[in-house]
Design a protein around this ligand. Structure first.
Ligand SMILES: CC(C)(COP(=O)(O)OP(=O)(O)OC[C@H]1O[C@@H](n2cnc3c(N)ncnc32)[C@H](O)[C@@H]1OP(=O)(O)O)[C@@H](O)C(=O)NCCC(=O)NCCS
Length: 129
C-alpha cells in the first residue's frame, strides 16, 4: 500500500536514500517534508520498500525524489509510486509532471521513458497527465 510518511518511518526512508544515491539527501530534508501530502511511501508486509516526494508548483507536479530499496528493484514499485504521483497531480488540477535526471543516469532515464515521459530540456523530463 501507499501511505503518507510519518516520523517513525524516517530511519527506513533515510536507509533507502543512502543505499540509492551517491550523494543522498540528509535526514533533515526528509524531516522537513513530514506532513506534506506529497511525501508517501510504498509498504508491503510491514516493510517499507520505496518512497516519493512531490510538490505541486504552478499546476505542475514536480517530482523531488523517488527511490526503491535496491532489494526490490524491477518489481513495479517505482511505477506504482509514479502512478500515485500522477493521480495526486490530477486531484490538484495539475496538467504536467516534471522531474530531473542526471545525464549519466541512463537506467533511470530508461525508467521514465518507459513510462511515457519525454526529455524536455537538458536534465528535465516531463509528461502530460
Ligand atoms: C528509478 C527507480 C525508482 C525505478 O524503480 P523500480 O521499482 O525498479 O521500477 P519498475 O520496476 O517500476 O520499472 C518499470 C520499468 O522501467 C524500466 N526500468 C526500470 N529500471 C531500469 C533499469 N535499471 N534499467 C533499464 N530499465 C529500467 C523497465 O522498462 C521496467 O520494466 P521491466 O522491469 O518490466 O523491464 C529505481 O531504479 C531507483 O530507486 N533508483 C535509484 C534512485 C534514483 O536514481 N531515483 C531517481 C532519481 S530522478
Amino acid at each position: 500500500m501507499i501511505r503518507n510518511v510519518v516520523g517513525s518511518d524516517l530511519s527506513e526512508i533515510v536507509d533507502i536514500e543512502n543505499l540509492s544515491f551517491s550523494v543522498p539527501w540528509p535526514r533533515f530534508i526528509f524531516k522537513s517534508h513530514l506532513g506534506s501530502p506529497g511525501f508517501v511511501l510504498y509498504e508491503q508486509d510491514g516493510v517499507i520498500k520505496g518512497y516519493v516526494i512531490v510538490d505541486i508548483i504552478d499546476s505542475r507536479v514536480h517530482l523531488g525524489s523517488i527511490a526503491v530499496h535496491p532489494k526490490y528493484l524491477r518489481c513495479g514499485i517505482g511505477t506504482k509510486l509514479l502512478d500515485w504521483c500522477i493521480d495526486f497531480g490530477k486531484m490538484y488540477g495539475a496538467s504536467t509532471i516534471t522531474l530531473e535526471v542526471r545525464e549519466k543516469n541512463r537506467n533511470v532515464q530508461m525508467f521514465y521513458l518507459k513510462l511515457d515521459f519525454q526529455r524536455c530540456y537538458q536534465k528535465q523530463y516531463c509528461a502530460a497527465i
